[in-house]
Design a protein around this ligand. Structure first.
Ligand code: PAP
Length: 336
C-alpha cells in the first residue's frame, strides 16, 4: 500500500499550478452545490446526482484530471459497506494464486484493504499510478458509474451490491466510529431517515446500484455484477467467475488441487478477522483518512438489520427498493 501513498509536501503544493487550479475550482464548486447532512463530516454535497463529502468531490476532480488508465485495468466498485474488503482479498488472491502458497500468504501479513489502491482519496504529490508495474492493475472505488472518468469505463469493472438494510446498519456502525468528535452522535433513526432520502456518502444507494446494473446489461463482457448474498451462499462459484472474468480461469489441475476452496477459506470472514494483521493498527487512505483495520470486520452476516430495524422500517426500505428497481430486472438477495 505504501507504494502509492505520498508524503504531503506543502511547499510543493503551493507551486503546483494545475493542482491549485483544481483546488480553486473545487472551492467554487462547493459554494454552488446543494448541501446535505454528512454521516462522518458535517456536510455532504450533491455532485452530479450523488452525495459526496467535500474531499471526495475534490478527489473526483483530481481523478478525472490525473488518472491514466490502461486497457487491462480492473476496477472493483461497491457502494460503501457492500463487500469491498472481502472482494479485495478474493480478487487479489485469485489473480496472484501462483505467487503465494496458502500456508504462507501475503494476506497473512497485509490487510485486504492494502492489497490495491482505493481511488477516492487524495494524495500529494498526485499519483497517476503509472508506477504500478503489475498486469492487470487492480483498483477500487465507491464512485457511481456516472462519476467515473471515461477511461475507467473502457476497462473491466467488478461491482458488488448488498441488501440496503444490511448496508445501512453496517454503514451506521462504521461511520459512527469515524464521525468527527465535534459533531453530536448520529442516531440510528436519523441515519435511517437520511439513507431513505438517499443522503449518505456516495448515495443515493439505489441510483448507485442501478448505474452499474444498467451498464452491466449494456456491457456484460466489461462489467461483472455480483451480490454479497451470492458470495455468502456459494463463494466458490464467485471465485470461479472472478478468475474467468479477470482473464485467469481456473485450470482442471487447479480444480483438482482444491485451489478454489483454498481461496475461499483464506478470504473468509472467520479467517481474515482473526488474523493479527487485521486486529490492530491503522489503514491509511491517501493523506487524509485513517481507519482502524479491525473496523472493516464487524459481523460479516446477512440479515443483521433484523437486530436494529423495526418491521415498519424494513417495509419502508423494501418499498423504496421495489419502486426504484421496478422494470430494471434487478432483484436483490441471493440468486445462485
Ligand atoms: P468499505 O465500504 O468501508 O470498504 P466493505 O468492506 O465494503 O467496507 O464492507 C464491510 C462489511 O463487509 C462489513 O459488514 P458488517 O458491518 O455487516 O459486518 C464487514 O464485516 C463485511 N466483511 C468484511 N470482510 C468480510 C469477509 N471476508 N466476508 C464477509 N463479509 C466481510
Amino acid at each position: 500500500m505504501s507504494s502509492f501513498l505520498s508524503t504531503p509536501v506543502e511547499s510543493k503544493v503551493e507551486e503546483d499550478i494545475e493542482y491549485n487550479n483544481i483546488c480553486q475550482k473545487h472551492n467554487l464548486l462547493l459554494q454552488t452545490l446543494p448541501k446535505g447532512n454528512g454521516w462522518r463530516v458535517q456536510h455532504l454535497y450533491n455532485y452530479n446526482g450523488f452525495w459526496l463529502n467535500p474531499n471526495t468531490v475534490k478527489n473526483n476532480l483530481l481523478l478525472h484530471t490525473y488518472f491514466k488508465s490502461l486497457p487491462t485495468d480492473i476496477v472493483l466498485v461497491a457502494f460503501m459497506k457492500s463487500g469491498t474488503t472481502w472482494l479485495k482479498a478474493l480478487m487479489f488472491s485469485t489473480l496472484n494464486r501462483d505467487c503465494y502458497t496458502f500456508s504462507n500468504h501475503h494476506l497473512h501479513n497485509h490487510g485486504p484493504q492494502s492489497t490495491f489502491p482505493f481511488l477516492d482519496c487524495e494524495s500529494y504529490p498526485i499519483t497517476d499510478f503509472t508506477s504500478i508495474s503489475v498486469n492487470p492493475r487492480l483498483f477500487a472505488t465507491h464512485y457511481a458509474y456516472t462519476l467515473l472518468p471515461a477511461c475507467i469505463k473502457s476497462g473491466k469493472i467488478v461491482y458488488v451490491c448488498r441488501d440496503p438494510k444490511d448496508v445501512l446498519i453496517s454503514k451506521w456502525h462504521f461511520m459512527s466510529k469515524l464521525r468527527s468528535k465535534d459533531l453530536p452522535p448520529l442516531l440510528l433513526d436519523s441515519a435511517f431517515e437520511l439513507f431513505c432520502q438517499g443522503e449518505s456518502e456516495y448515495g443515493p444507494f439505489w441510483e448507485h446500484v442501478l448505474s452499474y446494473w444498467s451498464a452491466s446489461l449494456e456491457f456484460p463482457e466489461k462489467i461483472l455484477f455480483l451480490k454479497y448474498e451470492d458470495m455468502k451462499k456459494q463463494p466458490e462459484v464467485v471465485v470461479r467467475k472472478l478468475a474467468a472474468f479477470m482473464g485467469k480461469p481456473l485450470t482442471a489441475d487447479e480444480e483438482k488441487r482444491g485451489v478454489v476452496m483454498d481461496i475461499v477459506k483464506l478470504c473468509s470472514f472467520e479467517n481474515l478477522s482473526n488474523l493479527e494483521v487485521n486486529k490492530k493498527g491503522l489503514e491509511k487512505f491517501g493523506r487524509l483518512v485513517e481507519v482502524e483495520k479491525q473496523d472493516f470486520f464487524r459481523k460479516g452476516e446477512i440479515g443483521d438489520w433484523k437486530n436494529y430495524l423495526s418491521e415498519e422500517m424494513k417495509e419502508r426500505v423494501d418499498t423504496i427498493t421495489n419502486e426504484k428497481f421496478v422494470g430494471s430486472g434487478l432483484r436483490l438477495g441471493a440468486t445462485v
